[in-house]
Design a protein around this ligand. Sequence first.
Ligand code: CA
Ligand code: CA
Ligand code: CA
Length: 355
Amino acid sequence: MLILKKLITLGIVFLFLASLGSFAVSSPASRDSKQEALAILTEDSKDALISATFEGGDGQVYISTVEAIGFPTDGDSYVILSSGIASEAVDGSIGSTGGISISNGHPVFGTEINDVATLTIKLKVPTNAKTLSFKWLFGSNEIPEYVDEYRDLFRAYAILPDGSTKDMALLPNGNILYVGDRIQNYTASDQNVSINEVTSAYTATLDVSKYRGKEITLIFQIADERDDSVDTFAFIDELKFVRESREKADRRSYIMMIQIWSKYFFNEYDQFAALYAKAEEIGVSNETLEKALELHLNATEQILYAWHTDDLESIRIKIWKQYVPLPRVYAIRRAYLYERDAIELLMSAIEEIES
Ligand SMILES: [Ca+2]
Ligand SMILES: [Ca+2]
Ligand SMILES: [Ca+2]
């Protein structure tokens, strides 16, 4: 069967007719492919979807619910992308191929590629996102006979907010996927799958913490090299943003409270000595002075207790960088409130005398 296909492609007349045919049938425009994107996205990352489009023959992308070779990895559906009819991998023949060719389109060799299928997914990076990741698996009917001869490819890369690109679906050795001798660990696929050989499933991961709130575009592309008759497939699922854990977010807001209340405390504390001296000088009652001093001492006691120290000045430096052991935030707040009351008491007593 494979040999027959190759023989056909060697016949010039057939090749000519075949390419004429495939070009005549299709002038594929990109179409909405939100459903495909939703099949790949995990439940809690679906709200990050801005838009999705597909370019290629209508059969080259397929939302599958067939359980095969570990897919779906999340939810009950996933996407198969193919340089032929994608559903043929698991579910018969649905749709047509597209016949889009790109001369010099091969990302590794710069050669012509055919039956190019491109799924584009635009996402907004959540404000607490750490990484963007998805699971993928590559398989081809070119393997094992035509390895390094018909170097069909699967490429998945991100277009970052600054316009630069970053390849995501890479082999453990860092290579972009193509039917070449560096593809390793491929195995005959299981009974549910009509692909000669498939790789293991891999996880692609990109650090997106720098792009929070911004847009990232993901491009998934698959194609034949040289001819278009023996096809290649990619399975894709579990596209998701991994977010900062609740625990970490909680710790961050806890530290922010520590910083804020400590700063408030020192704003009040730094006024005390001058105000107290002035109050004494203009004759504020001893009772009031004593009360203010008591509040001030309570405040100091609380802030030292909060910061596990007996050196008040050292706290000023620690506020911005040292949280081990973690200060007691409730005691910092209490210290601030005592100090604030002390200041208010002195100020109103002074005001009363001066007016
Ligand atoms: Ca899914
Ligand atoms: Ca091929
Ligand atoms: Ca093809």
